[in-house]
Design a protein around this ligand. Sequence first.
Ligand code: HEC
Ligand code: HEC
Ligand code: HEC
Length: 432
Amino acid sequence: MKLRLSTGKWLAALLIAALLSLTAWVAWDNWGRFLNTSASTASQSEAVDASTLVRGEYLTHIGGCMACHTTKAGEPLAGGRRIDTPFGAVFTSNLTSSQTHGLGLWTEADFQNALHWGRSRDGRLLLPVFPYNHTSAFTRDDVHAIFSWLQTVKPVEQAQPTHRLTWPLGTQPVIAVWRSLFFTPTPFKTNTSESEAWNRGAYLVQSSGHCAACHGQRNALGSFPALDDLSGGFLSPQMWIAPSLVDATQTTLAQSSPQDIAHLLRIGQSQSAHANGPMAEFVQHTGQYLSQTDALAIATYLKSKLNTVAPNSTPPTAPIAASSPTAQTLYKTHCATCHGDNGEGKTHAYPALAGNPAIVLAQPDNLIQMALYGGYGPSTAVQPRPYGMPPYLFTLNNQQIADVLNHIRSQWGNRATAVSPIQVDRVRAAAY
Ligand code: HEC
Ligand code: HEC
Ligand code: HEC
């Protein structure tokens, strides 16, 4: 008797074989390289000099470790902070020296694995909310400094809360597949044809700064953007636009001096820009700790990335914003006292709305956020009590907010697409 398989069965067999090899590849990609690493044994009693500890502490501040791994009222680095993602809520872990819940029993090799490979001490693959693509860019020296300092942080006995992700998203096989698709450790490479300051800036942006985590583009599966992708991103549960830092029309980087940019990163204000929303939080918890030299280095790098080629002038597909007598009255009544009759603002207090790239971004989400919820600039050591803007959530309806935003998008030389009440409603309904 001849063994004959139908085409359908052949296809099924092929599919199974393909799936098996894919599984083997994903498994190897995520776990295989660790087969030979023996279980960690603590032998860390080498003396660490004081300057290493100082650098370690500095890096935990400017690397956002402190910001993400601390709750509002909680102990520093004890974790438990909730981070909302399009896929559910994730909670940060305890980085104190607690032996039960923190890094107390970790060796430096365990820690290097976590930062470089996104892998916990027990082998668990970590969720990419921890930006380990960026921490993989850290030099060994910096990892050593961070680890040494963390080991001096007093233990806090607090467990990491359980993540609340839609099943099966937080499971190890799904994380493994995701990592095989989107994660490769990316150690920093010095560019010898650039200056020392440029390289320092590039290193900080790509490692500790993790600017691309917000300013880079992700796909629908939440891929990691390239470390130097600063082409603009959308923070989806929050509904904020992180503008492109390479398109010279989207920010004030082109017209700002490096000193001014350093100011923006450290204090949340420059001559012509104010940090709002998630950028204000970034400055308050992370940027303000940058040394002036490091902030200037970042500015040097950002300046060099600016795309000076004229943007292609395809006419906008949406209608252009226009004002009306009602809109003008709304502006006069609610906004002009601070932002000025002609949108001129007041230096170091109220941002100018005239000639401000943030006002004419194609997507108006940030403006709608500001108009609905108002906000404060970051509170920093230099400026502990920044000026604030009141919320108009209950004062103005969707049509009125659209009207007043269309006013500021069409006056004083500003020109941008129109904002519709539906767009306002979408941000209001998200009520993040
Ligand atoms: C954007 C927020 C964010 C930033 C910034 C961040 N982390 Fe985390 N980190 C997380 C989250 C969330 C987890 C938990 C991941 C999980 O449980 O799968 C985590 C996990 C870790 C772990 C694994 C702990 C364990 O028990 O397995 C280590 C180590 C760690 N982070 C160190 C750092 C260091 C060092 C920095 C700064 C250079 C840093 N993180 C910056 C969010 C962040
Ligand atoms: C948590 C997300 C997040 C991170 C991390 C982040 N940004 Fe931003 N950034 C934003 C958002 C949102 C805006 C838009 C709101 C605003 O204009 O303040 C913004 C605005 C900016 C602007 C525009 C200012 C202007 O001219 O209007 C600059 C420049 C900037 N960010 C630089 C950086 C750099 C450099 C880093 C890394 C060192 C960084 N950001 C990290 C979210 C982020
Ligand atoms: C009490 C003073 C005050 C009033 C009134 C006020 N604002 Fe503001 N506005 C501010 C301050 C302060 C900021 C900067 C806040 C920050 O840094 O987060 C700001 C920021 C903004 C921004 C973001 C600008 C940028 O550079 O990113 C927009 C847009 C804006 N206001 C629009 C309005 C509109 C529209 C109204 C009226 C409906 C209004 N403001 C009323 C004080 C005010």
